[in-house]
Design a protein around this ligand. Structure first.
Ligand code: F6R
Length: 367
């Protein structure tokens, strides 16, 4: 089934915002890279000193911003080899977390007004953390209290379901991880390669968006499902969580995100004939793990939908549906995968007659 595109004026805002992502990515890359280097002018001399001295990074956020925080954790630990962790902002505040010396707290909030995140940031700062706000709310409460503010450069997001602000968060964190790595050990040559891959992302995002009709067709075949498992490993675990959140809030599905290897420790029991499982399986360092699990799910009768890269041909051979994303570095692949998930969630929602811009029970800022 091909879903008809709507006329300009009644096109849902969520759909428009999904399509703004190549432009948002370009704006971020233009602002944060120069001659093969990552740049963040947001840190003045003193800020830069504190950033360079930080030995522990804590990424905080709620909902979608928490998923971006989890990406931050992977990026900082893998590339910069810095001690880092991610936590729900609300839980961090609730348990009165311990902040050691030389700790930087990166608070992620699209709005900058989410009460739980603002409270966590306030407590972290009170305990002496170097507070970095990554937010679209430049004049928000969070921005006002932060030591350094990194603007998301995504423009205003009106749809309740976050789309462009999420990819803006993870793109910003990826470049920030490069910048911080350079303060420690990243070589100029390695940085140049990373930046040259980053600049290709807006075009690659456009290539994903060009598959809109294909994604609409896959979504059409999923419109009667009530539950869905979403699986990914490493950096794609947060993407699996985020995708599941999009399926919940936009399409009202009981979707659950899983770390792929973890799925075999119990959740595998939910698989029955036709049970849909969306795999994020680009050709990266964990592709083999994903492949093995996807095969097992297929053998048990589950319906495998795979987001992967071209070539290799193995995943495509047994997945019922395949979405091919352009190949990029492992650290950037989540950006493209997130767009796939957003479009799938959007199309399933529309095919069910849901008003995607105003999901039931939800509002844009939770305070
Ligand atoms: C989901 C969504 C929410 C927000 C969360 C935090 O699409 O938008 O999960 O991410 O309420 O909001 P911010 O980022 O404004 O702090």
């Amino acid at each position: 089934m091909t879903l008809k595109k709507r006329g300009k004026n009644n096109t849902p805002v969520m759909y428009k915002e999904i399509f703004q992502q190549p432009a948002v990515l370009k704006r971020i890359i233009d602002s944060h890279t120069k001659t093969g280097k990552a740049i963040f002018d947001e840190f003045g001399g003193y800020g830069l000193k504190r950033l360079a001295k930080a030995r522990r990074f804590i990424f905080l956020g709620c909902g979608t911003s928490y998923h971006a925080a989890l990406c931050g954790n992977y990026l900082f630990e893998e590339l910069a080899e810095l001690n880092s962790e991610a936590e729900f902002a609300d839980e961090f505040a609730a348990r009165d977390a311990i902040i050691e010396e030389r700790t930087a707290v990166v608070a992620l909030s699209q709005s900058g007004e989410t009460a739980d995140t603002v409270r966590a940031a306030y407590l972290a700062k009170k305990e002496g953390a170097f507070l970095i706000a990554v937010t679209g709310g430049r004049k928000s409460e969070l921005a006002r209290m932060a030591d350094a503010v990194i603007d998301l450069r995504a423009g205003r997001e009106r749809a309740v379901a976050a789309t462009k602000t999420f990819t803006a968060q993870i793109m910003t964190l990826a470049l920030l991880s490069v910048f911080v790595s350079r303060l420690h050990k990243l070589s100029a040559a390695a940085e140049k390669i990373i930046v040259s891959e980053a600049v290709k992302l807006p075009g690659e995002a456009r290539a994903v968006l060009r598959q809109d009709e294909h994604l609409g067709n896959i979504a059409g075949g999923l419109r009667r499902i009530s539950a869905l498992a979403v699986l990914g490993e490493k950096l794609h675990w947060p993407i699996a969580l985020e995708a599941a959140l999009k399926f919940k809030e936009a399409a009202y599905l009981s979707a659950e995100g899983f770390a792929a290897r973890e799925f075999r420790h119990g959740p595998l029991a939910i698989i029955r004939k036709g049970y849909p499982c969306l795999f994020f399986a680009p050709h990266d360092s964990v592709y083999r793990d994903n492949l093995r699990l996807a095969k097992e799910v297929g053998r048990l009768g589950g319906r495998v939908i795979a987001v992967t890269n071209e070539g290799g041909g193995i995943m495509e051979d047994f997945a019922r549906d395949t979405i091919i994303a352009p190949k990029t570095l492992e650290m950037f692949a989540p950006v493209l995968s997130a767009i796939v998930a957003q479009l799938l969630a959007y199309h399933i929602a529309v095919s069910k007659g849901i008003k995607v811009d105003s999901p039931r029970h939800l509002k844009k800022v939770t305070n």
